[in-house]
Each structure stands twice: as structure tokens, then as C-alpha cells.
Design a protein around this ligand. Structure first.
Ligand code: FAD
Length: 299
């Protein structure tokens, strides 16, 4: 049995027209299931995804889709924030709908989108469903409290693949980066690659976070296609595909290494399209680079 609740589209903000939108969905405090009222508890871990049922522009029906949360249940319970991009795939359905006028209308008219819930173990309440409860190499659920505080992480995001890392950054900030008496705390480098400046997500917030916690947070936005004259960060792709005579692709990740020279002393986290993530891991392999750990999620 799957439980869902109608959630209000609280905010729908265009980042790059037709390409990327910020979406915030608010869940009610309670839900009625089989005549009984349950409080909705939000314990989603940074790096996990929620499941919503938006409209499919191509199929003309509601579809089940997963979205990684970019804020945290710790700071903003029951407010689910994410960034959704248009995938440009022939089969694209909901990703194009989210960019459409129809979605804007739903937002303006206060229409709801269903979000999946799950019964709490003791069945006394319901939880916001999260896609995974365990940390694996193929997901980005943040390590347990008590563990991440000692880690040096390099998070590489392609496009909306920044969502899990925005959640990490906000969670670490809310927890003072794990700094306590006698304990140095965590370090996070966020490398985020987008095509042009207009696609940057929460850029000002990340710049401010770096200024607030210079010993714990480093922000490196990269623009791959075009950039303003005075752009002070990196330009061009962080990994380059070099076709070889044998036809086997060689991936040059030296631009990424220039930004982050200490990859092998870091826990590497990667998120974005399947191609981008595979190229980066292949580039590491071909260059004989072995980070302390690698975890990646691609959509
Ligand atoms: C854990 C997780 C987290 C995610 N987080 C985000 C996020 O934060 N932001 C974001 O923008 N997206 C995210 N996604 C991706 C998102 O869920 C959608 O898949 C994406 O937005 C594309 O949706 P779509 O409906 O347009 O197309 P799709 O989901 O790609 O596909 C549409 C339909 O076409 C079918 N289809 C696709 N390809 C083919 C094919 N070759 N042949 C036949 N049928 C095909 C699919 O089965 C589906 O029914 C996440 C996905 C996962 C799994």
C-alpha cells in the first residue's frame, strides 16, 4: 500500500527559462489515512530524494518521479526544495512539464502535487518517503552524524546534480561543520559545472557560505560554454574527452585536478547525468587516481 499526500507548490522560480526551475513543495502537518489522522514527520537525510507525482506533458497523465532535495529537513521540515531541469530526451515527459506554462498555472492557482509518504516503524506517524535509508556507492545519502565530521569531501556536480550537495552544505552549516572542542570539523569543496552564468543555482548563498566558513567550505562554480568577461572562477569543461586512434575514449581530468589538486586525499562525491559521471570515474581510473572513497548518483 502506497501512501501519498497532496502538497502545495509553494514556489516555482525560473532559473534558466525552459531549462531549469527551482521547485518548492509544502506538505501539510497532518494526513488522514483510513479515517485516522497522522502527523507527518520529516526526517529526510541530506542527499536523499523524495517521490512526487507531477504531470507528464508528453503522456498526459500523472507520473512518479524522484527529486533530490536541495534543502534539509533539519532546517525546513515539510518544505521540499529541488531544482528540476529539462532533460532534452525524446521521451521527456515531466521534465518538460515542470518548465511549462501549465506548471506556472498550477503554482498560481494553488494546485497540489502528490508526494509519497511511508508509515513510521511504530505506525504512530508517517514519514516523508526518502529513496534510500543506507549509504551506498551508488547513492549520495550523507554519512551518519559522527562520521561526516571527520571527512574531507570533494563534491562534483553537473547541472542540477548540485541538489544533494546544496543539502549537504546547508546541513553542515547548520551543524557548524562539525566543529567542536578538540575536533577540527569537516571540509567540503563544491565544484559545480553549468553551461552559463544564468544556470547557477543558489550562487550567492554558496559565495556567502564560503565567506562565513573559509576553513570548511570552498565553492568553485565552473562555466563551460560562455562566461562574463570578469568571471573570476574556472571556464571550460572540467573533463575533456580525447578520442584516440583505437577508438577508445581517453578522459583528461586535469582541469578538475587544477581546481582540486588533492583528489586522492578526499572523499569524492559525484552527481549529474550518466555520461558526465561515467566520464569522470573513467578519467580517474585512466589517470590512476584513487580517492579515499567514491560515491556517485546519476539520473
Ligand atoms: C534518485 C533520483 C534523484 C533525482 N533527482 C533529480 C533532481 O534533483 N532534479 C531533476 O531534474 N531530476 C532528478 N531526477 C530525474 C527525474 O526523476 C526524472 O527522471 C527527470 O526529470 C526526467 O523526467 P521525464 O519524465 O521528463 O523523463 P524520464 O523519466 O527520463 O522518462 C520519461 C518516460 O519515458 C520513458 N523512457 C525514457 N527513455 C526511454 C527509452 N529510451 N525508451 C523507452 N522509454 C523511455 C521512461 O520510462 C518514462 O516513462 C532524479 C532521479 C532519481 C532516480
Amino acid at each position: 500500500m502506497e501512501y501519498v499526500v497532496g502538497a502545495l507548490i509553494h514556489q516555482l522560480r525560473t532559473i534558466d527559462p525552459g531549462e531549469i526551475r527551482l521547485v518548492q513543495i509544502t506538505l501539510p502537518e497532518e494526513v488522514e489515512i483510513a479515517g485516522k489522522l497522522y502527523a507527518i514527520r520529516d526526517t529526510m537525510r541530506p542527499g536523499t530524494a523524495f517521490l512526487a507525482k507531477p504531470w507528464g506533458a508528453r503522456t498526459g497523465k500523472y507520473r512518479r518521479r524522484m527529486y533530490t532535495r536541495s534543502n534539509t529537513s533539519f532546517n525546513e521540515p515539510r518544505l521540499l526544495e529541488t531544482f528540476i531541469n529539462f532533460t532534452h530526451r525524446d521521451q521527456s515527459d515531466t521534465s518538460s512539464w515542470w518548465q511549462s506554462e501549465m506548471a506556472t498555472e498550477w503554482f498560481e492557482k494553488g494546485k497540489t502535487v502528490e508526494v509519497r509518504l511511508q508509515l513510521d516503524g511504530d505506525e504512530e506517524g508517517v514519514l516523508v518517503y526518502e529513496n534510500t535509508k543506507v549509504c551506498k556507492a551508488t547513492n549520495l545519502r550523507l554519512e551518519d552524524d559522527g562520521m561526516w565530521e571527520g571527512m574531507r569531501m570533494v563534491c562534483v556536480a553537473f547541472g542540477t546534480g548540485i541538489t544533494p550537495f546544496l543539502s549537504y552544505a546547508r546541513y553542515l552549516q547548520a551543524n557548524n561543520f562539525g566543529r567542536k572542542e578538540g575536533r577540527g570539523g569537516a571540509h567540503l569543496t563544491l565544484v559545480t559545472s553549468v553551461r552559463h552564468e544564468g544556470q547557477l543555482m543558489l550562487h550567492e548563498e554558496m559565495v556567502a557560505l564560503e565567506q562565513q566558513f573559509p576553513e570548511h567550505f570552498r565553492y568553485q562554480p565552473v562555466l563551460t560554454r560562455s562566461w562574463p568577461t570578469a568571471w573570476e572562477y574556472s571556464k571550460g569543461r572540467i573533463q575533456r574527452v580525447i578520442s584516440s586512434v583505437s577508438g577508445k575514449a581517453q578522459i583528461d581530468i586535469s582541469p578538475l585536478q587544477t581546481i582540486v589538486p588533492n583528489l586522492t586525499q578526499s572523499h569524492l562525491r559525484i552527481c549529474g547525468s550518466i555520461t558526465a559521471c561515467q566520464q569522470l570515474t573513467l578519467g580517474l581510473e585512466q589517470g590512476g587516481l584513487v580517492p579515499l572513497s567514491v560515491r556517485a548518483e546519476s539520473w
